[in-house]
Design a protein. Structure first.
Length: 574
């Protein structure tokens, strides 16, 4: 094991040495900032035509927040396992998903792409080295397809030089500097002398896949006279932010071309690309990934339930929710209120049968199915969420209420005291589960203050059992009471069931602000700080003015100062 780790570290050192920007990334991989001494990308200077960086949104934001741009912290972000897999699939046509064998990221603030989640370890370095070796070997096995150069006509060295520039631009997601090209060329010559032309190309691929410039997303920025206290991101850096926000992968040819032409400097230019990317079939990736993590859908596969809840049903429930949110956001009206209240979902014949949905037909594939609006109301009544927010064999009103308060309204409640018994009351055929829980949590201190807030929205969903199926009564045929009073919010008041509750939540300013907060964390890979007050206010205003249009929020995320700039280093870093 020690020998393997030593070898992996040696390969990584070679990769670092061949990548000048990689040196900057490696130097600060633990601190999350980039030293300003590294050589910037070749087009970092931009053109005079973009120095104003105005356009719709930019000027408004500057006027509203003062002349000094404050983009907030700019942490160094590493590709997540999901992003790595998407990137090597696009770069090399690989479909093996090698990064799923890597050490998983730790979830921070509900998402795994937080910069603090993507720490580096010796185990991960070894896994990256092994994956890079296999990917390079597979790619080099089809040398003509990899090189896209006629070796017989042009010669090995000419094709190698072309490959270093073209493949390097894709792998590093920017143009290589002259010094980098020289270093890779020298490395190629060394490897060819020690082996063969094919083995030298294989080592070039492997080394590039281990470069910090590939594994990370370094952002140096460039001086902009109109950006006081901040550096404007280069075209390639903006292209990377766009591609990983909307597609979870590297830029496509159109984004690369826009970066080459310096056409990603203004909000209008960025918006054109963002609209194209969101409308593209790959635009579903980030939406599905966001809501899959937001709702912890990956846990469905390991959720213990009865024999009817098979792994196949668990997977279908995950796909159902992902298809639902994609339909509302990208093809529907895009409204947050629709996401919370829409009486439809996506099912195949298996799910229709599992849920016992009447008057619905479906085939082998998931398709849109209309549901009873008195029973089903958007995202919160999805079978996936109702299953995850339950105990084996019984519902969990506290978990469901907690989800509403924390993930829909961003209202965090303190955990129960250590000396409080949190076991679920045993079933009593003479007393309803609701009455049992109320007696235990809403009649004594210190429980009642929190549970007066938590329990009512949780009880609202009691018609959905622990696998997401509708039920008229509980397991002892006791009538279910879903009424309650919402407290501690900006839309407090009585409701009769989950449908009325969802309508209240859809009207909540707190819920809309919560959506902005959650998407900010996902898009920027960090939590907001005091420095982000302007950005948050700008996004909240945009979201409110659009009537809660999630599409406009996503486009707006790509036009803020926090997206287009980074802080200018002071004292060697930010």
């Amino acid at each position: 094991m020690a020998v393997q780790k030593s070898k992996a570290l040696q390969i990584v050192r070679i990769a670092i040495g061949l990548s000048l920007v990689g040196i900057a990334a490696a130097t600060v991989a633990c601190s999350g900032s980039i030293q300003s001494s590294a050589e910037p990308p070749s087009n970092a200077g931009g053109s005079a035509g973009n120095k104003a960086a105005g356009g719709s949104g930019g000027a408004t934001a500057s006027a509203a927040c003062g002349e000094k741009r404050n983009p907030g912290p700019t942490p160094l972000r590493r590709l997540t396992r999901w992003e790595y897999n998407n990137t090597v699939a696009q770069l090399l046509g690989d479909k093996t998903h090698p990064a799923f064998q890597f050490v998983p990221e730790a979830s921070q603030l509900g998402f795994d792409n937080n910069a603090d989640s993507t720490t580096l370890s010796s185990v991960l370095i070894s896994q990256q080295e092994e994956a890079a070796g296999k990917l390079a070997q597979t790619a080099a096995a089809n040398l003509p397809g990899l090189l896209k150069c006629d070796v017989a006509t042009k010669g090995e060295d000419v094709c190698a030089a072309q490959f270093i520039s073209t493949f390097g631009r894709l792998a590093m997601r920017r143009k290589l500097t002259v010094r980098e090209v020289d270093r890779y060329t020298a490395f190629y010559t060394q490897q060819k002398q020690a082996g063969t032309f094919a083995s030298a190309i294989e080592q070039i691929v492997k080394t590039m896949l281990l470069s910090p410039a590939f594994l990370y997303r370094p952002e140096l920025g460039t001086t902009d006279p109109n950006a006081k206290g901040a550096l404007r991101l280069s075209g390639y850096e903006v292209a990377n932010r766009l591609s990983y926000l909307f597609w979870g992968s590297m830029p496509d040819d159109l984004l690369f071309d826009a970066a080459d032409a310096d056409m990603l400097g203004t909000p209008d230019q960025i918006r054109l690309q963002a609209e194209r990317m969101l409308a593209d079939s790959k635009g579903q990736r980030a939406i599905k990934n966001f809501y899959s993590q937001w709702a912890s859908l990956a846990q469905l596969a390991s959720t213990p339930r009865d024999a009817t809840f098979t792994p196949a049903i668990a997977e279908l429930q995950r796909q159902e929710t992902e298809a639902f949110v994609d339909e509302v956001i990208r093809r529907g009206d895009g409204k947050w209120s629709t996401l919370l209240t829409a009486p439809f979902s996506f099912m195949d014949a298996s799910l229709v049968s599992f849920y016992g949905v009447s008057n619905a037909t479906a085939g082998k594939d998931l398709q849109k199915v209309s549901l009873d609006p008195k029973r089903h109301s958007g995202l919160l009544t999805q079978g996936s969420l109702m299953t995850l927010l339950a105990h084996p064999g019984q519902t969990a009103p506290v978990l469901r209420g907690k989800f509403v308060m924390e993930r829909i309204l961003c209202q965090a409640l303190p955990p129960p005291p250590n000396n409080v018994d949190t076991t679920v009351p045993a079933p009593d055929p003479k007393v309803s589960p609701r009455k049992q829980l109320e007696q235990k949590t809403q009649t004594v201190q210190p429980c009642l203050n929190c549970h007066n807030i938590l329990n009512p929205p949780g009880f609202a969903f009691d018609h959905f059992d622990s696998t997401g199926k509708w039920r008229a009564t509980d397991h002892d045929n006791i009538p279910i009471d879903t009424s309650g009073v919402l407290q501690g919010t900006d839309v407090d008041g009585p409701f009769t069931d989950h449908v009325e509750l969802a309508k209240r939540l859809a009207q909540s300013k707190l819920s809309r602000d919560c959506v902005v907060t959650e998407w900010f964390r996902y898009a920027y890979g960090r939590d907001h700080t005091d420095a982000d007050e302007c950005t948050i206010n700008q996004l909240q205003t945009l979201f409110d003015a659009s009537g809660g249009d999630l599409r406009k929020l996503l486009l707006g995320l790509a036009q803020t100062d926090a997206f287009r700039y980074r802080l200018a280093p002071t004292g060697g870093g930010n």
